[in-house]
Design a protein around this ligand. Structure first.
Ligand SMILES: [Zn+2]
Length: 353
């Protein structure tokens, strides 16, 4: 089927999409099937309108685009995972952040996981990253040469945290790290940045001048060698469940002090209990995620990779319009534009990483 799609002209996609709709019923994903298996098997995004469905840790997305493995100011890591996909607004934001970070004196970004092509739970790692609005970015600066694919698989990231004290390792922390986080927090679409509590503490102790941006930087487990950027639900995604707003204030208070008590680090009393993503069935995801699984592939991977060739970077102001205007979405996209109703899933009180 995939090869067939690749051969079709854009004009033919709309017609073919209709025929797929007509025959979709027998192929529908079994509600009892594991969502991670189904979402983990797709190599390409759902070629429909960009739309995030559900919650960061329980959902999926359509109309995804990939960030190119190499850009002027970034290099993507762990290419074999095929997690360079996100909502166009997320991909656009990463491009913009990488550009601005270089202006700030950071050598460029090494990109970790964003999402699977159609989001959903993953076979390994991450509770969240399911709706194309989360991205992990390494604290390791980009080297001044292109890494080989092998290096991108094997290179280990360096932790900024001393595991004994849970504080930043002073000789690894630089003012440039703080500038990078400040820049990431500066965009209105960024709602949260997750970092290890030791990094939040370092910022609380050292940032001078404008400290308002510290509010978006939230302490969390992990995130000692990368930080996690989460943007809000985007226009055109009525079924995207918003996360709770970050609490008021800089967050340098008791809520941070808690992380330096013993409580958050107690060993899991039930380490063998399955993780939510490991048991999540299709029936527990929003119904619209089944349509996302069944939607056609794009005409080619190039058509949904940004920036492609010498094409202008997607503009941050209106990435969706820019993508539509560039012809990136196949003509058949509108065939799947409307999504079925689904019951409101319960939001997770504490999203994972
Ligand atoms: Zn993360």
């Amino acid at each position: 089927m995939r090869a067939l799609w690749a051969k079709m002209t854009k004009g033919a996609v709309a017609v073919a999409a209709l025929s797929i709709l007509a025959t979709a019923a027998p192929q529908q994903a079994d509600a009892q099937e594991l969502a991670k298996t189904l979402f983990g098997s797709h190599k390409l995004p759902a070629a429909t309108q960009p739309q995030s469905i559900g919650f960061y840790s329980k959902g999926c997305f359509s109309g995804g685009v990939a960030i190119a493995t190499d850009g002027p100011t970034w290099q993507a890591m762990r290419l074999s995972r095929n997690r360079r996909w996100g909502h166009p607004a997320m991909i656009s934001l990463i491009g913009k952040l990488s550009h601005d970070a270089v202006q700030d004196g950071w050598p460029g970004l090494l990109l970790g996981d964003i999402s699977q092509p159609r989001g959903g739970p993953m076979l390994t790692g991450h509770a969240s990253h399911q709706i194309g609005l989360d991205a992990d970015i390494w604290f390791t600066p980009m080297p001044d040469r292109r890494l080989t694919p092998q290096e991108r698989e094997n290179m280990s990231a360096v932790s900024l945290i001393d595991p004994k004290t849970r504080r930043v390792v002073e000789k690894r922390w630089t003012p440039a790290h703080a500038r990078l986080l400040k820049r990431a927090a500066s965009y209105s679409e960024v709602e949260r940045i997750l970092v290890h509590p030791g990094i939040k503490k370092k910022l609380c102790d050292t940032v001078t001048g404008d400290r308002s941006w510290l509010r978006k930087v939230r302490p969390f487990w992990g995130h000692d060698y990368h930080f996690h950027v989460r943007i809000g639900c985007q226009p055109g995604s009525p079924d995207c469940k918003r996360q709770e707003a970050v609490p008021a204030g800089e967050g340098c208070d008791k809520s941070l002090a808690w992380w330096f008590t013993e409580e958050p680090w107690r060993p899991n009393p039930n380490p063998d209990a399955p993780k939510a993503r490991d048991v999540m069935k299709m029936s527990s995801l929003p119904k619209a995620c089944r349509a996302v699984l069944e939607a056609p592939d794009p005409v080619s991977i190039a058509a949904v990779t940004y920036p492609s060739g010498n094409a202008a970077m997607i503009t941050r102001a209106d990435p969706i319009a820019a993508i539509a205007a560039s012809g990136g979405l196949p003509a058949g996209a509108s065939a799947f534009a409307s999504t079925p109703e689904f019951g409101a899933p319960l939001p997770f009180p504490r999203p994972g990483d």
